[in-house]
Design a protein around this ligand. Sequence first.
Ligand SMILES: *Cc1c(COP(=O)(O)O)cnc(C)c1O
Length: 419
Amino acid sequence: MSKKTLPLSSDELIELAGKVSTPFHLYDGDAIRLNARNLRKAFSWAPGFTDFFAVKALPNVNILRLLAAEGFGADCSSLPELVLAKEAGIPADRIVLTSNDTPDEEFRAAYEMGVLINLDDITHIDALERAIGTFPERICFRFNPGPERTGNAIIGNPVEAKYGVTRAQLATCYEKAREKGAKVFGLHTMVASNELNADYIVETARMIFTLCRTIAEDTGIRISFVDLGGGVGIPYRPEDESISFEYLSAEIRKLYESIIVPAGLDPLTVTFEMGRAITGPYGYLVSRVRHVASKYKKYVGLDACMADLMRPALYGAYHHITVLGKENMPADHVYDVTGSLCENNDKFAIDRRLPVVEKGDLLVIHDTGAHGHAMGFNYNAKLRHAEYLKLDGRILRIRRDETYEDYVRTMLFEPEEVL
Ligand SMILES: *Cc1c(COP(=O)(O)O)cnc(C)c1O
């Protein structure tokens, strides 16, 4: 069981929602910081341990700064994310570019910035060299285990995945990179998404540690850092159990001591790229009820829509909902909780049992701290909303609401003739 809590008291949230316009995301920076510390503490035994926070999960510079101060790095999937990570003051040696189908200019920018490049394909070795005119000293490869692992429900089967190099290609990749001048080698994988079974992540560590040994035997190349990816799940449902960092760490430590140490590969830097597990549970979408409608079913219409949070509409994801001020009332009504988009799947919940909901009530949609605001879009000309950060006893605005001017910024009211 995971108790669904609020970052402020119900009354304080109601007061805040009276002061600023709804809807908005509120992130509990104190809780994120504590969570970040707990992860680092759990893995303090691991040489050079860090988490390259997956920027795509919550790409706000203020969050990245907060994590940077805790020794976190950044995992970037594009050039704008690289720039954002740098802007947040994260040192280059704690930034990794894990992209796929990578454009040359991204390779060039990453090289110039001095960040670690994680290659997604065997052909990218030459592509990178051509793009930058040399080869980096530090290089990493993304491994796709294919049929060796069954992926979990969200990410799908590794065999079907477009990412990474195959087992058969891996030794060649390292040898080729060495020929081109690489001296420091890393190994990365990412095979899970929102995985709540800690043992699945532990098995990933076993696979990667064993592979380090195999690579050393086959090529004489010593892997000096591993990146076990993200995908550590969070308990979206109250009945879900969260993954214990202490358990994960203790199990991975056993593998480190039984595989890495005897193979003479210690010290091996151990890193992750967790996004969701760092910030996910500490984000809250606060939204006001515009209308309550009775049709063939009962609907609660919010001022938020899937532009603010796509996960329920996109893959039927569960997000817990609290009706502020009605926490102690019985959940004896059944509603579909919707947004205002002209898409019938614009629903935050279907057939959800809630206390009686009235126009003007405030609803808190939980666990929006990762892959929430970030996934938003402007379809239907829906504008994305503000983000706030609770930190050290203050509530800070860290992103304002989008405006019509933002929406039309790239639109050319005077067309430009190009041909
Ligand atoms: C999305 C992604 C992550 C982060 O995943 P979470 O589920 O947020 O932990 C990490 N690494 C890569 C390569 C990703 O694509």
